[in-house]
Design a protein around this ligand. Structure first.
Ligand code: SF4
Ligand code: SF4
Length: 81
């Protein structure tokens, strides 16, 4: 399993509990808190920096901050060369 140091910032202020971020994450970085109706960013060290969660949130609650030094970040650019 690839381990990364990307960070995910979550501001719950405008979160409406729509679950789209949870459904968008194709790995299990994001879990769901049924009580609070909010995402839990549990396995952040497995984040692939796909930005799907950030793009899926129409309320602007999520910001994915890439670790610019990581191998996976560089590989995402190498694909388009
Ligand atoms: S950036 Fe991608 S892999 Fe990382 S938490 Fe969001 S959806 Fe999951
Ligand atoms: S997509 Fe945004 S508004 Fe919806 S549950 Fe996730 S953080 Fe909250």
């Amino acid at each position: 399993m690839l381990h990364t140091r990307h960070k995910i910032e979550y501001d719950p202020t405008n979160c409406v509990g729509c679950k789209l971020c949870y459904k968008a994450c194709f790995i299990d970085v994001i879990r769901w808190d049924e009580e609070k109706k909010q995402p839990i960013f549990k396995y952040v060290n497995e984040c692939a920096h796909c930005n799907y969660c950030m793009a899926s949130c129409k309320k602007g609650c999520i910001t994915v901050v890439p670790d610019y030094s990581s191998q996976s970040y560089r590989q995402s650019f190498d694909m388009y060369r």
